[in-house]
Design a protein around this ligand. Structure first.
Ligand code: R5P
Length: 282
């Protein structure tokens, strides 16, 4: 593997333990001001030091993340659809490699929509993005986005993950499901698990634990961290599973201890959490 590509990957997936904690804050690219991510800077700032990498758009990177950070950026380079539009799968590549390099990102990311109306367009775009990114030694994270009509089951997810890997993706993001080993076993590149919509904290810890036990390198978690009433204790508890080999009981105990020590931040304190009722794409 080219040195630059290998070096960038090592910033995202720790080569010492083959684990990764990515904080996802890219939701606004099709959801707009997502609950508790209305002000990205306020959401990201207290969490930044606890993640291995940050997944975001260029707009949020430029406006809401300090350039002094050493945290690697995973830049979403696809878009073109919105939650109120006709079809969420109608995405194109919206950011050039030159721009990704200017932003000094450690990887680029895009969604592919296997089984959807725009399947062909997104798979071809993934192949093209890999070709363009490899010229500069930049890894590509493929997000296996799941349309409402498609089930999150091992048969479908292993199909989507394998197609992403065959197109040359260096990391694949997908969902945890029953029989998850079937998905990880048949995907020749590392798999990272998306958190999905907000669930109770302990369940999100269980999801993280199960994902790693099932062969994932870690989680790319967003809403289950920053939609928690206690985002810092939550990311630290998730980190204890990913990097500290904590089990769910240990992580939940840590979470409760940290909650006692940390007051919830204002942005989260003032708004009781509502379960996100929007249709979810990813
Ligand atoms: C969706 O917009 C993005 O791909 C997210 O990065 C992904 O869904 C992970 O975030 P969450 O844990 O909130 O599902």
């Amino acid at each position: 593997m080219d040195w630059g590509l290998q070096n960038r990957l090592a910033k995202i997936i720790n080569p010492q333990n083959n684990r990764s904690l990515m904080l996802a804050v890219d939701h606004g690219y099709f959801l707009g001001p997502t609950e508790r991510l209305e002000n990205p800077k306020k959401t990201i700032s207290p969490l930044l030091k606890y993640c291995d990498s940050l997944m975001l758009t260029r707009g949020v990177q430029r406006t809401s993340v300090t350039a002094n950070t050493s945290v690697p950026m995973v830049l979403r380079v696809s878009g073109g659809a919105s939650i109120i539009g006709e079809d969420l799968s109608q995405e194109q590549i919206t950011v050039t490699m030159k721009e990704a390099i200017r932003l000094n990102v450690s990887a680029v990311a895009m969604s592919m929509f296997v089984g959807s109306k725009y399947e062909n367009q997104t798979i071809v775009n993934l192949g093209r993005l890999v070709s363009a990114a490899e010229e500069y030694g930049i890894p590509v994270l493929a997000v296996t986005a799941v349309g409402k009509e498609l089930g999150k089951d091992a048969r479908y997810l292993s199909l989507a993950c394998r197609i992403a890997a065959e197109q040359g993706a260096h990391i694949v993001k997908t969902y945890y499901c029953d029989d998850f080993e079937k998905v990880t076993d048949s995907c020749p590149v590392p798999i990272i698990v998306a958190g999905g919509k907000k669930i109770p904290e302990r369940e999100a810890m269980q999801l993280t634990y199960n994902s790693i036990k099932g062969g994932a390198v870690g989680v790319d978690m967003g809403r289950n961290i920053w939609q928690s009433d206690n985002p810092v204790p939550m990311i630290r508890a998730i980190r204890s599973i990913v990097h500290g080999n904590a089990n769910v009981d240990q992580a939940f105990k840590l979470y409760n201890q940290l909650c006692k020590e940390n007051k919830p931040n204002k942005q989260n304190k003032n708004k009781p959490n509502k379960q996100n009722k929007n249709k979810q794409k990813t």
